[in-house]
Design a protein around this ligand. Structure first.
Ligand SMILES: NC(=O)C1=CN([C@@H]2O[C@H](COP(=O)(O)OP(=O)(O)OC[C@H]3O[C@@H](n4cnc5c(N)ncnc54)[C@H](OP(=O)(O)O)[C@@H]3O)[C@@H](O)[C@H]2O)C=CC1
Ligand SMILES: CC(=O)[C@H](N)C(=O)O
Length: 263
């Protein structure tokens, strides 16, 4: 029998944050659709979730960095009226600076972290809006606010994810749709090895386990918080940051040159 709270799509769900997040949604009663490239690993995760939670689990093997595969997935998911949650989790990084990193790798990072996330959201939101309910969860990073903590374009892609989520929150107001942005700090997953970084070189006190990260993220999912920073101990620091941003907004565009630029 289909879940009466609908189906959750989770990208990058074969391992790491995505696999545990998908399992957490299954534990809450969602049917789930898992997306990643490696069909075998994906199906192993799917079977584990089925066995443990008894919900319907589909795995779709697709490379979200490939335009044709992304388009096929958009079409397939847009036609599924059972989808109530989209978790845009798949993402990748790279160890080097802008100049050290192959341009093709930079393109791949932007294609996955930015384009695929934006396109899947664009594909699913019209149906959610027509049905009057839906949730989008975007996995950004604390590096959205601190891109200088790492090299290259990765932090900039995560700044896109944060800004996109802020914009969606505005666009969704009053629609029954909601968006959440999760900003993990360093989390022990395969992400680091794939990016060519040894997580063992990161101070241990800065690295969270993936179990802890996802447990906190799911509590925030249940609370329907907008911005989720599981590693930030003092929530007032985020509130002050966001308060300063909100204070800027009404002052950012005026017809008058600011006195400091007057000739
Ligand atoms: N780990 C960390 O320290 C942090 C991670 N994040 C973010 O969290 C998210 C999840 O990261 P994490 O779990 O650590 O990463 P992992 O590397 O552990 O998992 C990445 C997942 O994405 C899938 N994936 C990778 N490339 C593609 C692709 N081109 N198309 C489809 N699926 C793909 C992988 O499966 P497959 O290889 O089979 O495709 C895998 O399921 C990412 O957006 C990351 O940027 C944010 C902050 C900190
Ligand atoms: C916060 C981090 O260090 C991290 N590697 C990330 O992926 O954003």
């Amino acid at each position: 029998m289909a879940s009466n709270i609908g189906t959750a799509v989770v990208t990058g769900a074969s391992t790491g944050i995505g696999a545990l997040y998908a399992e957490g949604l299954a534990a809450r009663g969602h049917d789930v659709i898992l997306v990643a490239r490696n069909a075998q690993r994906l199906e192993a995760t799917a079977q584990r979730i089925r066995d443990r939670h008894g919900v319907a689990v589909r795995s779709i093997a697709a490379d979200l960095g490939d335009a044709a595969q992304l388009h096929a997935l958009e079409t397939e998911l847009a036609a599924d009226p059972s989808i109530t949650v989209l978790v845009n989790n798949a993402g990748m990084g790279a160890a080097g600076t802008l100049e050290q990193t192959d341009p093709a790798r930079l393109d791949a990072i932007v294609a996955l972290n930015v384009t695929a996330l934006m396109r899947l959201t664009r594909a699913l939101v019209p149906g959610m809006r027509a049905r009057g309910k839906g949730r989008v969860v975007n996995i950004a990073s604390v590096l959205a606010m601190a891109p200088e903590m790492v090299h290259g374009v990765y932090g900039a892609t995560k700044a896109f994810v944060l800004a996109f989520s802020q914009s969606l929150r505005h666009e969704f107001a009053g629609s029954g749709l909601s968006v959440q942005v999760l900003m993990p700090g360093a989390t022990a997953t395969e992400f680091w090895g794939s990016a060519g970084i040894d997580v063992g070189n990161v101070p241990r006190e800065m690295v969270m386990t993936v179990n802890d990260l996802v447990a906190a993220a799911l509590i925030a999912f249940d609370r329907e918080e907008f911005a989720v920073l599981p590693a930030l101990q003092d929530a007032a620091l985020w509130e002050n940051y966001e308060g300063a941003r909100q204070a800027l907004i009404p002052n950012l565009s005026t017809s008058r040159i600011a006195p400091r630029y007057a000739a």
